[in-house]
Design a protein around this ligand. Sequence first.
Ligand SMILES: Cc1cc2nc3c(=O)[nH]c(=O)nc-3n(C[C@H](O)[C@H](O)[C@H](O)COP(=O)(O)OP(=O)(O)OC[C@H]3O[C@@H](n4cnc5c(N)ncnc54)[C@H](O)[C@@H]3O)c2cc1C
Length: 532
Amino acid sequence: MRVPAISVAFSLLFVSIHAFSFPSFLGAQKPIKTSKRVAVIGGGAAGSSAAYHIQRFAQRAGLDVDITIFERNHYLGGRSTTVHAYDDPRFPIELGASIFVEQNQILVDACTEFNLSTSGAGDERPRDDRPTLGVWDGAKFVYTQYGTIWDLPRLLWRYGYAPIKTRKLVQKTVNRFLKMYEEPFFPWSSLSDVALLLGLTQATAATGIEFLEKNGVGGLFAKEIVQASTRVNYAQELNEIHGLETMVSMAPEGAMAVEGGNWQMFAHMAKTASSDVRLNVTVSAIERREKSGFGITSSPTISSLGDTVDSYGVKSATESFDTVILAAPYQFANVSILPAPESIPSEIPWVKLHVTLFTSPRLLHGRAFGIDSDAEVPTTILTTVPSDPSTHSKPAFFSISTLRAVNNTAFSPPRTEYMYKIFSHESVNPAFLAEIFDLPTPAAGHELSRDDISWMYRKVWHSYPYGLPRVTFEELKLDEGLWYTSGMESFISTMETNALMGKNIARLLIDEWTGSGQKKGEVEQKPLKEIL
Ligand SMILES: Cc1cc2nc3c(=O)[nH]c(=O)nc-3n(C[C@H](O)[C@H](O)[C@H](O)COP(=O)(O)OP(=O)(O)OC[C@H]3O[C@@H](n4cnc5c(N)ncnc54)[C@H](O)[C@@H]3O)c2cc1C
């Protein structure tokens, strides 16, 4: 349910801050006898974090909880998952979410708590004389740099003060966002309200380009560098994606990844929270019980689509829970909710992203990118659109990254190969691969030879929503006892923000149970000026 415009304006002045007058952290208390049964549907960042934080907050509040996590995949982590190059566990590659940043408190804390090692994003990139980064517009590189951090002198030379202004704007926006972790803002009972209160809707209400121009950043820097970032991070251009996700795209300072795979953070969270983690189990229905609680119907997942059609003869079971957290985008969860909850998440357009991973002994070839055939091609190629669309078409991909060099011992003698990752809107075909390596185009229906491409893995994701400008976001409480995490997706789609949503719901839920939050109908209202 969207908040009508008039109530948004009202809440700007008198917004209800859930935690304002009640201390959220209660310290350890005597256990309350009744045990609450919680169903978490989805074992990604949001669901695992929700479960983990419910367990922690409940323990501190002396509450007994019993959490079941239903996950239709055979693994925990959701859109954070790895595959192994050559099917060899020594070579994990992120297939989905690959980086997080040092401001991501929940993820950084999880790494510390679970003793997970991180490395800087791109640390494994081959160290050679090639440029590390190039921004390609479909015909030429408009920006190239060496070294692993932004080359400030080069940026200033080409773009004037725009990089510095952008950095300040990103910092200001991130600082506002970080208040969502702290009292009196945390926990927030409405994402729309807290976003408005913190001034973040100024960024979500505008497209990336509008937001940048309004803040004095435009021109070449926006078009070439910022847009290259929104294309690689969200597969969207500056006139599509909203200003907040544009800022997030420009904030990967101190970017890192968990060695062996980011999914481990969520697997640890889930397993710490619950002894009942059910993998390969799909929930098909949430039904409100007459007296209280819900019946959850689930059955073993029988296909990669997660459907559980009766004709397959799969047995489903219905169990009772006090509270349910739907921690997956409703439009892809295939869950029926009966009766219809007070608020139903709207269907929104999502990006369909093709991720292609492969290994090859070949280096990217200059001719494919409009440079001399003996010139060195950057190890990471980001893309933007041509300044004059009539001259040439825009790139057919968002990015090509050379992840690392490996020794492929399946060949005799072993040979050096490179692991590549391509993000694109369309499937990467053999002709495209032949072009980037300057190889003869294979006949229709034929792949490149194993000598040229020794291993390949393809995945099409519903990766994130189109970040179209908006000022209201899905309710996080769909109805009494029924919570929803994925309203976060159209605000900021990242592992951390979804984990934050999980934590926020955990706090609200425990406060409700202990009576330390607001009671229904008793809405605490504070003037905006007092709160800020
Ligand atoms: C290619 C790609 C690159 C990305 N890059 C980054 C990045 O670098 N950094 C970053 O922070 N974020 C990145 N993201 C975004 C990030 O992955 C997501 O925002 C985040 O992981 C979402 O977490 P979630 O738990 O909300 O949803 P999901 O990870 O989608 O988890 C939902 C889970 O629910 C399960 N589920 C759904 N329906 C049912 C059902 N009926 N029954 C049981 N289980 C069900 C699903 O199987 C899934 O495991 C990227 C995403 C993609 C796809």
